[in-house]
Design a protein around this ligand. Structure first.
Ligand SMILES: [Zn+2]
Length: 427
């Protein structure tokens, strides 16, 4: 089956999470893998929360194709029904086309192709289309690793992840996601003394204290840190831009600002430092009461190498001792080095399908995917966002937005890449 057929069918199956209902997508995949004679199973973490896993070939080398079948809610104002899966303009339309049913369809199509052609595999290719990625993976990859670790055991995994390719001058750059920043969601608390709003000087206004402390925090200038992969990425971009080959923390921002692609520049900026964004504030109950409590939630993202202690030390430089700081949700950053044969094979397979003029560069994602669970379990995981040349760049904004879609040449390129990679590694 072609990846566009599979994708169109998957989009028609509503797997908006919550509630997910991923079993319905797993049952569909089971049918097409059964028809192809590929051994497979559905593992539910809870009724309706199905994870689909298939195995092809056998042997000690193990490569995992990972994707997820749940999607985020569609929202309003689409041009088409978000669950139509309609195909026109050489494009498949609907929620999940980019994130992540498109990759699931390409991975499924690649596996079916390898089975149909009876490609000899000196190892095991595993396909896993899992539940619950969009809500943290508890019913998907996390559960599988906790309860059925053998099912996903592999040497390395290909998952969703990296930014789509960009064109810089005459070069096309494909990104390979090697790591993901961690989260250190924090709460700031200020306390004061309540009193009547008509004589505010009797009390102590917690809200005013908080606003001052957020203003202090807005002056935070994070330390610029170039982990080796990011330094390599920036150095290559610098060469393409004719900036010279030496990139350092001192000149990194100058290079980043010169790229002329806002989305790429700001993503690169986030790869070079901890980010701090106060996004929620709550305090005060009534217009005539001076508030004695105010809370703010700050979204903090950390690089590999930056731990909880680093976060607290950094915040304390800008937030006075009087303010309470609590990190209420911490996920450590995760990282798979690019200095592996796996990474080099991904580069090679990309070159085979996208042309030798394409450059692959490593990428650290500001956000997280299920790859983090694999890395924490000791498995190398790499994310791809491969797209065909000339793809419509505006599709990037449709991820978690409206009118999500993917063009058929990109689906085919991903399928061909996955086939090439499986052949290379498991030949
Ligand atoms: Zn996703």
């Amino acid at each position: 089956m072609t990846p566009e057929q599979i994708l169109s069918d998957l989009i028609k199956i509503n797997t908006v999470n919550p509630p997910g209902n991923e079993t319905s997508a797993a049952v569909y995949l089971k049918q097409i893998f059964d028809d192809a004679g590929i051994s497979n199973e559905i593992i539910e973490s809870e009724k309706g929360r199905g994870n689909f896993i298939a195995h092809l070939g056998e042997g000690s080398k193990r490569l995992l194709f990972l994707s997820h079948t749940d999607v985020v809610p569609a929202g309003a104002d689409w041009n088409d029904n978000p669950f139509s899966g309609s195909i026109y303009d050489n494009t498949v339309h609907g929620r999940g086309a980019m994130d992540c049913k498109g990759l699931a369809a390409a991975q499924a199509s690649a596996m079916l192709n390898l089975a149909r052609n009876k490609t000899p595999l000196n190892g095991t290719l595993i396909f896993a289309a899992t539940a619950d990625e969009e809500k943290g993976g508890d019913f998907g990859v996390k559960m599988l690793l906790d309860q059925h670790p053998d099912k996903l055991r592999c040497d390395f995994a290909i998952n969703e992840g990296a930014e789509e390719p960009v064109q810089l001058g005459s070069k096309t750059i494909f990104f390979i996601q090697v790591g993901e920043k961690g989260t250190a969601w924090s709460r700031l608390v200020t306390r004061g003394k309540a009193c009547h709003g008509s004589i505010p000087t009797i009390g102590e206004n917690a809200l005013v204290k908080m606003v001052c402390s957020i203003k202090d925090l807005s002056g935070y200038k994070p330390e610029i840190i170039l982990i080796p992969e990011v330094k390599h990425l920036l150095t290559e971009l610098s060469k393409i831009k004719g900036f010279g080959a030496t990139v350092s923390p001192e000149n990194a921002d100058e290079l980043i600002n010169s790229l002329g692609d806002k989305s790429l520049s700001e993503t690169l900026r986030s790869m070079t430092r901890m980010t701090v964004s106060p996004n929620v504030i709550s305090g005060g109950e009534k217009i005539n009461i001076v508030p004695d409590l105010c809370q703010a939630e700050v979204d903090i993202r950390v690089l590999p190498g930056q731990d909880l202690e680093y976060v607290l030390d950094e915040l304390r430089k800008f937030v006075s001792r009087e303010i309470e700081i609590e990190v209420f949700n911490y996920h450590e950053p995760t990282f798979s080095t690019s200095d592996t044969d796996y990474y080099r094979l991904i580069e090679k397979a990309t070159g085979e399908v996208a042309g030798s003029g394409v450059i692959c560069l490593p990428y650290i994602s500001p956000g997280a995917t299920d790859s983090r669970y694999l890395r924490l379990a000791g498995i190398s995981a790499y994310g791809i966002g491969h797209m065909a040349s000339g793809y419509d760049q505006s599709v990037k904004e449709t991820v978690h937005g409206k009118n999500e879609r993917i063009d058929i040449p990109s689906l085919k390129l991903r399928t061909d890449f996955l086939i090439a990679l499986a052949r290379e590694y498991l030949a």
